[in-house]
Design a protein around this ligand. Structure first.
Ligand code: CDP
Length: 224
């Protein structure tokens, strides 16, 4: 069986990671949540008190930072920052905005893109993020761009956070999501953008099973 690369991009909280995880499980592929990697670098900057506007300090920090995704026996992913498990800490809402700011710094992107390309070199992988189909793997065999209404995305994110015991206001989340999309789409380096050859899926009225099934059927056509 061929091992393809599946790239899933799209704006904040559009359901990329949960869908990518299911697609990977069904195909026996590895899932790489690239947003988690940017979140980990942002967490480090927050812990060290390094401002995202201080490009020199961020570049210096990036040079001595390692971010790895490790998979345990139950296939649960652990986000490792300089060897420490930060899987839960990176989901705090304040890390989202910090990740969006720090991801505009080229030195940070270079560090993480290198790691992502190494993970995907053999194929058999589903990556989700903002620049996977445009920059990280422009030759990915299957590209998806996932969108959804901003309010619906905020409701879903609030529910996800609630499951983790974090309570957030839906309207505040909607504002944060829209601001982050603006930030991500307008940055100079690797902005959030649909690849010309990506399928667009609007998930506003789809269930996770429906969006997963769509991607799986496209993948199976390519693997046939
Ligand atoms: O899960 P959610 O959509 O809220 O965000 P995420 O995928 O965890 O990504 C957090 C932030 O990291 C985004 O707002 C982007 O600024 C940045 N990011 C990026 O620049 N490139 C990627 N490939 C993935 C995330």
């Amino acid at each position: 069986m061929k091992n393809i690369i599946i790239a899933i991009d799209g704006p904040a909280a559009s359901g990329k990671s949960s869908t990518a995880k299911r697609v990977a499980q069904q195909l026996g592929y590895v899932h790489v949540d690239t947003g988690a990697m940017y979140r980990a670098v942002a967490l480090k900057a927050m812990q060290l008190g390094v401002e995202s506007g201080d490009r020199d300090a961020i570049e210096r920090m990036a040079k001595t930072t390692t971010v790895r995704l490790e998979y345990d026996d139950a296939q649960k992913v652990h986000v490792m920052l300089d060897g420490a498990d930060v899987t839960d800490a990176i989901r705090m809402p304040e890390v989202s905005k910090a990740a969006s700011d720090i991801s505009a710094v080229p030195a940070v992107r270079d560090l993480l893109v290198r790691e992502q390309r190494a993970m995907g070199a053999q194929g058999g992988i589903v990556l989700d993020g903002r620049d996977i189909g445009t920059v990280v793997f422009p030759n990915a065999e299957l590209k998806i761009f996932m969108i959804a209404d901003a309010y619906e995305r905020a409701v879903r994110r609030a529910m996800e956070l609630e499951e983790k015991g974090i309570y957030a206001d839906v309207l505040a989340l909607e504002r944060e999501i829209m601001e982050r999309d603006r930030n991500d789409s307008t940055r100079a380096h690797s902005p959030l953008k649909k690849a010309d050859d990506a399928y667009v899926i609007d998930t506003t009225r789809l269930t996770i099973e429906e969006q997963t099934a769509f991607i799986l059927s496209r993948a199976k056509e390519l693997l046939a």
